[in-house]
Design a protein around this ligand. Structure first.
Ligand code: SF4
Length: 221
């Protein structure tokens, strides 16, 4: 990428990091995935029990390799052999030392916006794990909550529905069935719907709990 663009994106990430800090979340800006991984390693204690939400970003950035390095007690749902075991891992995640995830969108006002189908991920971001580490590429940063709602309906949710081979309207239309209705929760009535819980993370009481690593690369969707 052109260096001028990279610098412009960096300034936007720095502005967003300041806004997150005003909301009592710790924020870091990394120029590369390698830098982001070093930050994440610095936040994790060896031997800590960790878990994560489903995320393309964690895979693409290399954070999943850190989680599977053997240095941590990783509650890995990919190793579960039944839906019951997956459900058990979702519940155990609430007691973890650290929960890792991306965010569907992050506003320049310092808010995290997440939409979930099962809601295990939004639940763990909101309550439970002692520490939450969010890793997000620059493509997740949007101006405000209206833009975040729009981004999820037009980008995140359709792309995730395609990734998961779900038979939802967005997977075939390329956007949410409710994309043009001015209502956050508008959408389909599919039994495969992946938009059921809508969570905005704003000002935090505990300044130690949520850490956000903003990466100056395109990651996930
Ligand atoms: S509400 Fe339905 S159509 Fe809209 S993004 Fe979610 S799953 Fe797709």
């Amino acid at each position: 990428m052109d260096n001028n663009m990279k610098t412009t994106y960096r300034k936007r990430l720095e502005k967003t990091a300041k806004a997150l800090e005003k909301n009592n979340m710790q924020a870091f800006v990394a120029d590369t995935c390698e830098e982001a991984c070093e930050i994440v390693k610095g936040l994790l204690r060896e031997g800590a029990q960790i878990s994560c939400g489903g995320s393309m970003t964690l895979n693409e950035c290399g954070v999943m390799d850190i989680m599977r390095s053997g240095k941590y007690d990783f509650l890995d749902r990919a190793k579960a052999s039944s839906p019951e075991e997956v459900g058990e891992i979702y519940r155990k995640a609430f007691f973890c030392d650290a929960y890792l995830s991306s965010s569907n969108a992050i506003t320049e006002n310092g808010e995290l916006y997440n939409v979930d189908g099962n809601c295990n991920r939004v639940a763990a971001i909101t309550f439970g794990p002692k520490q939450v580490i969010i890793v997000a590429g620059r493509n997740k940063v949007v101006r405000d909550l209206d833009a975040a709602i729009d981004y999820v309906k037009r980008v995140s949710a359709p792309a995730n529905a395609v990734r998961l081979s779900l038979d939802t309207p967005c997977a075939s239309l390329g956007e949410c069935a409710g994309a043009n209705i001015d209502n956050m929760c508008s959408g389909c009535k599919s039994d495969k719907r992946i938009c059921c819980g809508y969570v905005v993370t704003g000002y935090q009481r505990d300044p130690e709990r949520i850490k956000v690593v903003l990466v100056n690369e395109e990651l996930g969707y």
